[in-house]
Write a protein of this length. Structure first.
Length: 82
């Protein structure tokens, strides 16, 4: 009788471990696809560093789009271009 209870408990533990592993794999693959996509990097034309495009300071000069890491680089680029 004790052997039967131990086997049942082990089967239940194995079931729950497998259930949570499989559930997490399917949940991650469906709902967090956007999180695993790499973020586009752009180069600052003044200091030459690469920064994420969505957090960059964007400015248009002479019809061309430029991305800067911060306002200081933007101002220095403006002074240099004059």
């Amino acid at each position: 009788m004790a052997r039967f209870l131990v086997i049942v408990i082990l089967i239940l533990v194995l079931y729950y471990v497998l259930y949570y592993l499989v559930r997490d794999m399917f949940f991650r693959s469906k709902n967090s696809r956007w999180e695993s996509d790499p973020e586009e990097l752009v180069q600052d034309p003044y200091c030459q560093t690469y920064i994420p495009k969505r957090s960059a300071v964007k400015k248009r000069f002479d019809g061309k789009e430029y991305y800067f890491c911060n306002r200081n680089c933007l101002e220095a680029f403006r002074r240099k271009e004059k």
